[in-house]
Design a binder for this molecule. Structure first.
Ligand SMILES: [Zn+2]
Length: 508
């Protein structure tokens, strides 16, 4: 018992507010009542979905669904809607008891061979891209497991909640004008508190939700809604599953076919032999042991800050200029730490954000609390202020004391001097995003570019974004000998122009 609670007890009694009821003298009793009421709601949900035996058998299943994934945080402007990708066919083979799931993604028109596969098992978690014949380990399996399970297979929630019965609590009834839900929570294997909303009319699971910290949104909810329940054998399953992040649509799945009692084929659980192996997918986590490479006097790159993600920084003398505020607060800490070790004793003066997309702005907050001035596009300024203002009670991230200082690049802007001069250019609009900054270091003829050019080890015909960039580089008259893309590997100027030439010839 802490000092505070005994103090509070003493004050409460002194103020005559103390209760002498039996319940007050048995502190465990209310929680127990909430647990047993929670279990009642859960068991009603299990019955509504088909009963314990049916749900137990549903722990091994194969589901085919049409899946639309919205490119959350990848719109043309910060306030533009997240553009949907073309729909895919997804086949999920799932086994609850062994914690195994295989997700195969197919193009709708060529439904015979998966283009990509995600395999989750206790022994290994990996992503296989068939077109590139490349396998990448996934080092953030917990998060992915939760996300994928959440998106597509509702009986998993009921089985999971039953397995964590001691943590089940009744939260109460949540009502709007149209709906009324009985809400319980439980805590899963990795410590996430999950809320389950059961429709008060029929006890069917209508929504599952977690509250999380998001690099840009701050405190927010990630929810999955289940609708259009239909009978499948003795079960009832929802055929429409939508997920929302902070209220914004993220995925929409429409079930096409459900087969129960299907086992996960063992041979799918091992990495395909003969596939190349790519860098691990580290999600929002940094790679271990970041290492800065000196490219020229006072000019550095951190290659692979997260899997295949590159950052640059320049020692301007008084302070350090960083290009790209990375993907998450955790990666910012690792990058700032590496900068301090490389260039000791200098503050982070500036961070240039090429554009607002979530994988380029997730680490902004950390640079703000370092006191860095944000160098950005005009259309991204409000978004940057919102990131600074977002409520953050969940992740313990510190929030800047004052609004961020933002310097806008609408044409060209220059920082530093001599061989350490950094030029920023506005090269939008691009098919990728309305406003886009590139950084250029004249002394090295070096360009840092996000997304519109990614070098992956071989020259391929340039896409629309690269072609638009090439036109701008010609217009600006920049000599480019070396390119560091945010994603991928460093490339030479020849490799860049070769891919541009290939595409221009093909378009002629
Ligand atoms: Zn982007």
């Amino acid at each position: 018992m802490s000092h505070n609670s005994s103090l509070i007890a003493a004050l409460t009694l002194a103020a005559g507010l103390g209760s002498t009821s039996a319940a007050a003298q048995q502190p465990g009793r209310y929680s127990f009542r909430l647990q047993s009421k929670g279990m009642e709601v859960l068991e009603a949900g299990v019955e509504a979905m088909g009963g314990r035996d049916a749900i137990g058998r549903a722990g091994a299943a194969r589901i085919r669904a049409r899946l639309t994934v919205h490119n959350l945080g990848q719109g043309l402007r910060p306030d533009a809607e997240a553009p949907p990708n073309p729909p895919l066919i997804m086949a999920l083979t799932y086994d609850h008891a062994s914690g195994t799931a295989v997700y195969d993604m197919y193009q709708p028109d060529t439904a015979t061979q998966a283009v990509a596969r995600i395999v989750l098992s206790p022994a290994d978690t990996f992503f296989y891209n068939r077109a590139a014949n490349r396998v990448q380990g996934v080092t953030e399996p917990d998060a992915i497991q939760i996300i994928l399970r959440a998106m597509h297979y509702p009986p998993a929630f009921l089985l999971d909640a039953e397995a964590h019965a001691a943590s089940v609590r009744w939260l109460g009834r949540s009502s709007t004008e149209e709906t009324s839900h009985d809400v319980i929570t439980y805590v899963d294997d990795i410590g996430q508190q999950i809320a389950l909303y059961f429709d008060a009319r029929n006890d069917l699971l209508a929504r599952a939700e977690v509250i999380e910290a998001h690099p840009q949104f701050g405190d927010h909810t990630v929810g999955v809604t289940f609708a259009d329940y239909r009978p499948v054998g003795s079960l009832r399953l929802p055929y429409k599953v939508r997920s929302l992040t902070a209220g914004v649509p993220y995925t929409e799945a429409e079930f096409l076919e459900v087969d129960l009692g299907v086992e996960v084929p063992r041979d799918l659980l091992t990495r395909p032999s003969g596939a190349d192996s790519g860098p691990p997918i580290t999600g929002n986590h940094p790679m271990p042991n970041l290492d800065a490479t000196e490219l020229g006097d006072g000019i550095y790159a951190i290659f692979n800050a997260t899997g295949g993600y590159n950052v640059m920084f320049v020692d301007l003398g008084e302070s350090v200029f960083v290009i790209e505020p990375v993907i998450s607060p955790e990666v910012t800490r690792a990058v700032v730490n590496e900068i301090r070790q490389t260039v000791p004793g200098k503050p982070i003066g500036y961070v240039a954000m090429t554009h607002h997309h979530f994988d380029h702005s997730g680490g902004l907050l950390g640079f703000m609390t370092e006191g860095a001035t944000i160098v950005a596009n005009r259309g991204d300024a409000d978004f940057i202020r919102e990131v600074a203002r977002a409520p953050r009670t969940l992740d313990g991230e510190s929030v800047p004391d004052s609004p961020p200082t933002i310097e806008i690049v609408s044409g060209k802007r220059t920082y530093g001097s001599g061989s350490r001069t950094v030029e920023l250019y506005q090269v939008g609009p691009s098919p990728h995003v309305d406003e886009l900054l590139i950084a250029y270091i004249p002394s090295l003829e070096l360009m840092y570019v996000a997304d519109v050019y990614n070098y992956q080890g071989q020259v391929a015909p340039a896409g629309e974004g690269t072609l638009a960039l090439a036109d701008k580089i010609e217009e600006l008259g920049l000599e480019v000998s070396r390119i560091i893309p945010t994603h991928g590997e460093a490339a030479t100027g020849e490799q860049f122009w070769d891919s541009v030439r290939l595409a221009r010839e093909a378009n002629r």
